[in-house]
Design a protein around this ligand. Structure first.
Ligand SMILES: Nc1ncnc2c1ncn2[C@@H]1O[C@H](COP(=O)(O)OP(=O)(O)OP(=O)(O)O)[C@@H](O)[C@H]1O
Ligand SMILES: [Mg+2]
Length: 243
């Protein structure tokens, strides 16, 4: 397998405040890789750096074998990196269809591609199709998460970075969302999954990284991570050993 994403020695800061120190991680083509960690560990910050929304102080980000560390976010989007941000961030006063069109901006001059992508998203999320002329702000939380996912898929990314897709959703909806994430992956998109719910993350991903106060403290296959006492204590609770 070849690395699709390779991060080496990344240091991230907001102004003078260092948030991530020396983060290295790798994601191979076709993989789902989980990034877990407590509140404030630096998960969203890491995703923002991958998407090009935050310039690293130090370290490199390579995508598809190319150094993208200095590229602006729209260039990274063109190369195939998409981010579904924490809290969905759909445009509330635009319709579902308009939100999706914005996600497909890299094919805006090619109506047939845009149409094909939109049909694919509507096939994935029939609910969005039914509500295509509804303002996004009036969708339920679960529907907004579907829209955020669909909007990212409109760019036909190679790498989909998901920031806490399950946050605030009812268990049944969470189940649906994770099923969709697996289907997107099975259709060929690699996924970097940030999750506070380690149990869901480990069920979905093949490998994972554990972030603690801005550093990777453990990494490996999800099966190995599940058995790691530090991970069990901090993220899985005591029931983990019985699963
Ligand atoms: N724009 C910002 N300016 C200054 N500090 C920030 C900013 N955004 C995040 N931070 C700080 O960076 C640290 C890491 O934040 P980050 O959002 O990456 O954590 P996280 O792991 O995603 O947490 P959560 O699980 O709560 O989403 C936190 O201490 C946070 O206060
Ligand atoms: Mg976060």
């Amino acid at each position: 397998m070849s690395a699709l994403l390779e991060i080496a020695g990344l240091e991230l800061a907001y102004g003078q405040v260092a948030v991530c120190r020396n983060i290295s991680l790798r994601l191979d083509r076709g993989e789902i890789v989980a990034l877990i960690g407590a509140n404030g560990a630096g998960k969203s910050t890491t995703l923002r750096a991958i998407a090009g929304l935050l310039s690293p102080r130090r370290g490199t980000i390579a995508f598809g074998g190319r150094d993208v560390t200095a590229l602006p976010s729209y260039e990274r989007s063109k190369l195939g990196i998409a981010l579904v941000p924490e809290g969905r961030r759909v445009f509330p006063f635009l319709t579902v269809r308009e939100n999706l069109e914005l996600g497909g901006f890299n094919s805006r001059k090619d109506p047939s591609t845009l149409k094909r992508r939109m049909e694919r998203v509507f096939a994935m999320f029939p609910r969005l199709s039914e509500r295509s002329s509804q303002n996004a702000g009036t969708l339920s939380g679960g529907e907004q998460q579907m829209l955020a996912l669909g909007r990212a898929m409109m760019s036909e990314p190679q790498l989909l970075c998901l920031d806490e897709p399950s946050l605030g959703l009812a268990p049944i909806i969470v189940h649906d969302i994770f099923q969709t994430i697996r289907a997107i992956n099975a259709a060929g998109t690699s996924i970097l999954l940030v999750e506070q719910n380690a149990r869901h993350a480990f069920e979905t991903a093949q490998r994972g990284y554990v972030l603690q106060t801005g550093s990777v403290i453990a990494s490996g296959s999800c099966a190995t991570l599940k058995r790691d006492p530090r991970v069990q204590e901090a993220y899985l609770g005591r029931t983990a050993t019985r699963r």
